[in-house]
Design a protein around this ligand. Structure first.
Ligand SMILES: [Zn+2]
Ligand SMILES: [Zn+2]
Length: 253
């Protein structure tokens, strides 16, 4: 049910009175619900333009990178080996501040972080969301899903769907093969580990053929997972695959 804005504001005020607002990162008292305190905010840099037109790597200035065929400027890695996905964007740089949000979100039980994280993702990926016809979370293998109880990417996808009105599908993309944690592995090793880890669920091909898809994950590291999923989805006839993550590591894709 949609509440009228004044009623929603009133709801927020009542909630604030009942639960003193706490910083999402460290739990310190703050002025408004679902915000960060100043030290946490400083340690959680938002990614804003300019950035690589393909992988979203933040640039220090607008003349960084080289122009590509699409007119946008691209980082050297994307020019050398263009990713299979169209564009990737992320809300935050992965670092001390975003880890304070993302690690409890991933391994703990702080599923309520999905909403504020998705709000920032929608800001960073507005154009990607606008053209998306279907939102797909990067799946977890069922063992990992059992241990964690929820797939953090699916929670983000559901929130992004709610914010944008775009449909999402939780199980079109599947992960039948368990892969070891990618941790400190380099780009080539990651590529080898994730190749073949994903599969399409029954009836998936009919739902993705000819459509522009948005793949959602919590952290974008080398892009190996995004590329493996994009390869599968494009093979199945998707018109394009973009990627939206909560955070990305500062280097490489
Ligand atoms: Zn804080
Ligand atoms: Zn790039």
């Amino acid at each position: 049910m949609m509440m009228a804005a004044p009623l929603r504001r009133l709801g927020g005020a009542v909630l604030d009175a009942l639960l003193p607002p706490r910083c999402l990162g460290c739990g310190e008292a703050v002025l408004r619900q679902a915000t960060l305190c100043v030290p946490c905010f400083i340690e959680t840099p938002l990614i804003t333009p300019p950035c690589c037109a393909s992988c979203g790597l933040p640039f220090g200035h607008a003349a960084e990178g080289e122009p590509g065929e699409d007119g946008g400027r691209h980082c050297p890695r994307c020019l050398l080996a263009p990713p299979l996905y169209g564009q990737a964007r992320a809300a935050f740089l992965y670092g001390p501040g975003s880890k304070r949000l993302l690690l409890p979100f991933k391994h703990g039980d702080r599923s309520e972080l999905a909403r504020p994280l998705a709000r920032q993702m929608a800001r960073a990926g507005r154009e990607l969301l606008d053209r998306a016809e279907l939102i797909l979370p990067v799946p977890l293998h069922r063992w990992r899903l059992l241990r964690r109880r929820y797939n953090q990417a699916a929670l983000l996808a559901a929130e992004l769907s709610r914010l944008s009105g775009r449909p999402w599908a939780p199980d079109l993309l599947r992960r039948p093969r368990a892969t070891p944690p990618l941790g400190e592995k380099g780009p080539a090793a990651r590529q080898a580990v994730v190749a073949g880890a994903f599969a399409l669920g029954p009836g998936a091909a009919a739902r993705i053929a000819g459509r522009r898809l948005l793949l959602v994950d919590d952290v974008l590291t080398t892009g190996a997972t995004a590329n493996a999923c994009a390869w599968l989805l494009l093979q199945a006839g998707a018109a394009g695959v973009d990627v939206l993550a909560a955070a990305r590591v500062p280097e490489g894709r």
